[in-house]
Design a protein around this ligand. Sequence first.
Ligand code: HEM
Ligand code: HEM
Length: 445
Amino acid sequence: MSLHRRYLPLILLSIGTRLVPAAAHDHHGEGIPEGEAVSPDPLDSILWIHIFTMISAFGIIFPFGMVLGIVRSRWHVPVQVLGTALAVLGWLLGHAHKGRQFAPNIHAAFATSLMSMLALQVGLGIYLKLHLEKGWHGVIRRHMVRLHGIVGKVMPVVSWTQMLFGGITAMGFCRADHQGQCLAHFIMGSSFIGYGMIMVIMLFAGQAWLKRTGKSQEFWDSLVITVWVTEHRWGQEWVHNDIQHTTMGVVWWCAGLLGLWLSRGNNRQPKRNLIPGIVIFLTGYAMSAHPQHLPLSTMVHTVFGYTLMAAGLTRVIEIAFVLRDKATLDGEPNSFQHMTPFLLFASGFIFMCATEEQLALVSSIGIDHVSYLLVLYSVAFLTYLFTMILVHTYISNPRDVKHVPPAVAAERGMNGHADRRVHDAEEFELEGLISEDEEEGNKRE
Ligand code: HEM
Ligand code: HEM
């Protein structure tokens, strides 16, 4: 046992250095029937552990650590180190699997980009952690922080893509004629989820930024709607769906222009409007009406359409009746304001899981549309929960630790969650006792 332990690092190292490059190129192609992308074997447990560790590292730990980095929490480094350890383990396992074999695939090809980004982040992170701030290091450090920040925020998006690639590779989906459809579903589905995330961020943390831009939220929404070019055709014959796609592009452009116009009031002040909500509604209506081959497919598309239409409708109600055209409510957001972003999440997941191949598989296993949709709604609930945890972590940590005198910072610790509550309580107790002058003085500190 102890011998085993002593040599464990060596064994791991030899797996890492020898097995990896060899296996990466040897195992492709064996046992895969002619014209297929995968062999008929099941996924082996090594690959399942790969999937589990990679989703934990890139889907949960790194995004959470990213937020901790942005708020300069002392937990940033430990969390990202844990994520890195898991990612390295997952990387070794991804190369070492047996079981189902795969033809050369986009997931394997794209992995290098993401792993290089991670290596860069770790390298930059170690440099930053050394806190070399004297002389030329001072100048370089500033650029390094910026680079580490930008790459850190791009990483979750790239990770999302790589996880989707992993899913389609595992199933052998999205090849040949299916490629265009996969692209459409994954890009549009991800966009709905991304839009939902932006809405949540705007709801809780984006108002100061919005104010600085001097525009209403619908100005930015309408701008995106106007310039969005709908994906299209990939050089095939025009069919019924293509005409619908094109007219949808036209309606987005027309509606976007009106939305831009309505984003300004009489005195050029930013003004809210209902156009983006109406565009979401129309998109739901149009996309759910695409003719489908399977009964399951028809049902899933119909519910997708209802969900997206509901997202548009709730947005209209929120702006017109809950906010009454104001940018934001005083205090915490109203519970109704979660409706649109959540429904965008739900419609995004349904749409991403509604390609012909996926639905044919679900149908062949005998899963009915109700169960399938409930599973997808569950995924949306969990992802929304995770998004809320990230947003909460961000808003409940003071970012300006740097401006607090070092002694106070040390006493508080870098992670200001508990301290924020103390701070709030103090402020509450002192309210009314402090004269205006003193308050001004405090603010300037
Ligand atoms: C594992 C090694 C890592 C170390 C040692 C590390 C270290 C650091 C340090 C010291 C800072 C604070 C910079 C300052 O003093 O201003 C920081 C900030 C940050 N880190 Fe990391 N980091 C690591 C990995 C990562 C990863 C993997 C990500 C992304 C997923 C990430 C995202 C960020 C972000 C977004 C910031 C804030 C930058 C800004 O505000 O512009 N870090 N990191
Ligand atoms: C963002 C996180 C992930 C990263 C960085 C990653 C990375 C990798 C790497 C480096 C390989 C080895 C590729 C090769 O043989 O050259 C691999 C293989 C594989 N991964 Fe992932 N992976 C991730 C997530 C996932 C997920 C979520 C799934 C499935 C749901 C998945 C499914 C697979 C499959 C099926 C293979 C075998 C491909 C082959 O043998 O060619 N991966 N992955």
